[in-house]
Ligand binder design. Sequence first.
Ligand SMILES: [Ca+2]
Ligand SMILES: [Ca+2]
Ligand SMILES: [Ca+2]
Ligand SMILES: [Ca+2]
Length: 410
Amino acid sequence: MCRKLPHIEFFSVVTCVVCVFFPNFVPWALANTYTVNDTADYNFPPPDNRICLRYAITLANINPGSDTIILPAGTYVLSISTTKENNNVQGDLDILDDLTISGAGAEQTIVDGNSLDRVFDIYNDTMSISGITIRNGKAPTGDSGGGGIRTSNGTLTLDKVIVSNNSVAAGGGVNDYGGGVGNNGVCTIINSTIANNQAYKGGGVSNNGSSIAVFMSTISGNTDSVAAGGMLSISNTLVVNSTISGNSSTSGAGGIYGFGASTIISTTITNNSSANGTDGYCNNTSGTLSVRNTIIAQNGDTNCCYSIGMTSNGYNLEDTNTCGFTKASDLINSDPKLASLQNNGGPTFTHALQNGSPAIDAGTSVLLFPNDQRGKKRPCGPGYDIGAYEKCSGLLLFIPAIIGNSKSTQ
Ligand SMILES: [Ca+2]
Ligand SMILES: [Ca+2]
Ligand SMILES: [Ca+2]
Ligand SMILES: [Ca+2]
């Protein structure tokens, strides 16, 4: 049997003593930290005093208040098969209290849903996840979606997380939302990658909650059927310093479909496609978009579905003329000369600007966001670049290296 941690036992005794002498006392929230030391998946206390991820979550669920789970490097494969179970006993990992899960880095710490169920199911809680990969989750059809992660009225923050290869089971039901992330609360995605997920509606991300914000993140290679390959959002949406690339839909928008008030700043939306819908960005007639310093280019044959509800705040670039970019500082019918999506430094993949790109030095500074998607300080050269990537001259990078080498040889 898996022992309880000694300090948990101590505080449990203290709590019991207090309750005996002060029967109306409500136990205070004692924040605990649980360090996982077993990659296996048990729904009972693991043997030999070990702590697996599911058991750590159960302990954190039971302990009142916010707790932290440290998840060291390793691959944690869920192995207890069932679906639509919500007490952390089987299938997905059910988060029933405020919790932080901290991994060793998305390349090192991997939680694998093993295609049995979604991976994380978060209720009315505040949840922060950092430094892990969430992959191979598969939500059953008709269970409100979220192949990798589902939230229900909670607050979720993802930081340096990769959500990849998750899906909602084929079925095409009205509740089959969010292959990677299905948000029904408040969701913030930072320095993260949402890639190669699949759903009926919202292949990468579906926001059915009150808001979603995406900072310095890449949503790529996701697919859906009828709403949006990259992200479907019905409410307030903020996308800053991010890349929406290579997503596809059958009849929805390839990149993003917005029903609410959307703001997009210093972002690159490219290479998305839809067989029967808009390839790049589309507002529902109820939706609005304010867009600034953003590239929307080379999305199939239609970057935007129409310009209704679209407000350019200047310094945008499109390679055709479908998005309503009418400000004097906007560039239309301009090829941004994007390199392919790849590792250009920073925690996420980006599209570099190639030499001669009209986006170089044609952008503007954006208050509160002094860096590009990679975290590089803007501007490089005489001006700010349009889009998520700020191009720096190779010469500027080589000079310190040459000086460093010359010093090291002296
Ligand atoms: Ca707790
Ligand atoms: Ca569940
Ligand atoms: Ca479960
Ligand atoms: Ca520049």
